[in-house]
Write a protein that binds this ligand. Structure first.
Ligand code: NAP
Length: 308
């Protein structure tokens, strides 16, 4: 069975930075990813707040470059879904869909995935007009009218991006105040293609084989109306990708890993949590990367102690 010093789960900013630091410290490092490198950054069009890129950088580009940098120093990347973690003596056993591996330390960096509204029609019409990724699907809506739901940074940033394709973007939010940052609020409110519908929720997605309309409800008047649209983008936050952890380390009630704020060590020695999987993470690319670095350094100290 292949044995590693550091096994990283997840290839977003946290995981790729942990890989870079762990490999540069000459630790034998493997990184497991489910689909492709980048995590949530790869789904983001423009990253404007990663220091060192005053002109901005696209999400896929920075993800690709981070992966290249981690690989350059020896991080082995395996596209295998991790299914279970177990203890084996003073090592950990990682079971993936393909094989089993031993490791001295683990960095949990599996992030979070987009939350669904869980309303009728949403799942059936996903990929047929319902989307959770503007960068992936925006171009399909050239010349069309679309709806975005959510009031945070993601809804506004992705809504703004979608105005490059759509003729009109209607942002439906359940309250009358946004939680997005001021700069994004200003840009969205100034954009002529963006309209807001406040105090409203979407209750049903309707269409024959593709999205055609939404049933929306005004929470103040309780009035229900049909709203015609060609596309429906949902940006209402994320849920942690932690099902494989299955209480192997302590999770909070929402499924986020609880970790020490200095070392990022979880409730189990030698297992660290970095990035959005961690409870109370700042959820920014730059902090995810910083946490990946901290987790790799903590893993290194743990191994030094383990081996005297
Ligand atoms: P978020 O900040 O948690 O916002 C989620 C939004 O969806 C909120 O407005 C929330 O409404 C709404 N919502 C949640 N559940 C809903 C439901 N069932 N039905 C209708 N609306 C619902 O999530 P996010 O925008 O994905 O951002 C996540 C984190 O990433 C944040 O920390 C954010 O700052 C960060 N981020 C940063 C950037 C950037 O810096 N440019 C870009 C993207 C994301 P309420 O407001 O009523 O709760």
């Amino acid at each position: 069975m292949e044995e590693y010093d550091v096994a990283i789960i997840g290839a977003g900013g946290a995981g790729l930075t942990a890989g870079l630091y762990a490999s540069r410290a000459n630790m034998k490092t493997v990184l497991f990813e489910r689909i492709g490198a980048g995590g949530q950054i790869a789904l983001t069009d423009d990253v404007e707040n990663y220091p060192g890129f005053p002109e901005g950088v696209t999400g896929p580009e920075i993800a690709e470059r981070m992966e290249e940098q981690a690989k350059k120093y020896g991080t082995e990347i395996r596209t295998e879904e991790v299914q279970e973690l177990k203890e084996q003596g003073n090592r950990y056993l990682i079971k993936s869909e393909k094989a089993e591996y031993l490791t001295k330390t683990i960095v949990l960096a599996s992030g979070a995935s987009p939350r669904m509204l869980k309303i009728p029609g949403e799942q059936e019409l996903t990929g047929k007009g319902v989307s959770y990724c503007a960068t992936c699907d925006g171009a399909f809506f050239k010349g069309r009218e679309i709806v975005v739901v959510g009031g945070g940074d993601s809804a506004l940033q992705e809504g703004l991006f979608l105005t490059r394709f759509a003729t009109k973007v209607t942002i439906i939010h359940r309250r009358d105040a946004l939680r997005a940052s001021a700069i994004l609020q200003d840009r969205a409110k100034e954009n002529e293609k963006i309209e807001f519908i406040w105090d409203t929720v979407v209750e049903k997605v309707e269409g024959e084989g593709k999205v055609q309309s939404l049933k929306i409800k005004n929470l103040k008047t309780e009035e229900i109306t049909d709203f015609k649209t060609d596309g429906f983008f949902v940006f209402i936050g994320h849920d942690p990708s932690s099902s494989y952890i299955n209480d192997f380390v302590q999770l909070d009630d929402h499924g986020y890993a609880i970790a020490d704020l200095v070392t990022l060590e979880t409730s189990r020695k030698g297992i660290f949590a970095a990035g959005e999987i961690r409870q109370n993470a700042t959820k920014q690319l730059v902090t995810a990367c910083g946490e990946g670095c901290t987790a790799a350094l903590s893993a290194q100290h743990y191994i030094e102690d383990l081996e005297g």
